[in-house]
Write a protein that binds this ligand. Sequence first.
Ligand code: PEP
Length: 252
Amino acid sequence: MRKKIVAGNWKMNKNLQEGIELAKELNEALAADKPNCDVVICTPFIHLAKVSDIIDHSVIGLGAENCADKAKGAFTGEVSAEMVKSTGAEYVILGHSERREYYNETPEILKEKVLLALENGLKVIFCIGESLEQREANQQNEVVKAELEGSVFNLSAEDFQKIVIAYEPIWAIGTGKTATSDQAEEIHAYIRSVIEQKYGKEVADNTSILYGGSCKASNAPELFAKPDIDGGLIGGASLKCADFKGIIDAWK
Ligand code: PEP
């Protein structure tokens, strides 16, 4: 059975002290009220080692928001997958639309990042999703298929099972505009069918596909009730413990 997951993406928010406070608060809240799903928080690099010491990893997984496309060496300012892993993190988000758009991360670069993350024992939350223009031109299916083919369909079936897919329509990220649960379910089912064509039914059935894009406690229950939506990747609403916990509780 595939995992139900609620993952937070803090993006470039929270200084170290604020991040530690949020991680402590969430750790306490989930110790008091155990979640019915896997919970992951993806934090800025500088928070990882400290947050790793604070959280109960049997309840909260830890992830980075990015890693380098090179293993090591003279790449000033970069952080490798091996470094991420050495902090105690278990996950890394790759392919987020903000990285693709603002930092020119191409499918080829992402392919390298995915390989390095897996080589270093990290699980990858791989983001895909169309822009508003692409949605209006009804190109969303071909966009997500191409994103999968471009960066993760080179993997063996065994390695592909270390990937969590996050479908994030770009027009819904941080905009307050959520895909309807029917819109999201339609494309999640399509993504699963594409995975099935490539890796077979068992792998497709075992792949967690998260929805991301203005997901909050008020809309999470309806989204998560859909058969092909296995949880959420949460930006803005992961920055306050009560908001994030509200989404986690949508699985109850
Ligand atoms: C995200 O960027 O991964 C995201 C889903 O953001 P938000 O929840 O703020 O729309």
